[in-house]
Design a protein around this ligand. Sequence first.
Ligand code: CMP
Length: 139
Amino acid sequence: AIQRTFSIIKPDATKRNLTGAIAAKFEEAGLRIVASKRIQLSLAQAQEFYGVHSERPFFGELTEFMISEPIVVQVLEGEDAIAKNREVMGATNPADAADGTIRKEFALSIGENSVHGSDAPETAAEEIAFFFSGLELVG
Ligand code: CMP
C-alpha cells in the first residue's frame, strides 16, 4: 500500500553537504519527497522527539548531537515507504550496513549515522505530526 514515512537528514550529513546526495537516494528508490524543511532543534525539542530513548545511556550524546547543526526533516511517500526507507538507510550501525545504503556510504558511526527513519506506521504518523502541519503536506 502507499504509505508515508518520516525522515531526518542528521547534523553529520547536513554539515558535509550531503543533503542532495541523500535526497537522491530516496528518489532513486521510488520515494517521493512530499514535504521538506531545514530546521535547527532546541534541546527541549530533541529531548521530546527522542523521549522513547530517555533512559538509554546514549540519550545525552544523541540529543546534543541532534542540536549541533541544522537538520532536514522530510516526509517520504511511496509503496511500502516505511520498509523501503529502512532498506535505503541500511542498518543503524554503519559497520553493519549493506553496500549501496545511505549509512554504508555516508555514516560516520552509530551515533553520527546520517539519517533517521520511522520504524512503524504509528511512529511515522506521530513523527510527521511532530514536525509538519497538514497544510505543509502536499501529496
Ligand atoms: P535513530 O533512528 O535516529 O534513533 C535513535 C538513535 O540513537 C539511532 O538512530 C542512533 O543514531 C542512536 N544510537 C543508537 N545507539 C547508539 C549508541 N550506542 N551511541 C550513540 N547513539 C546511538
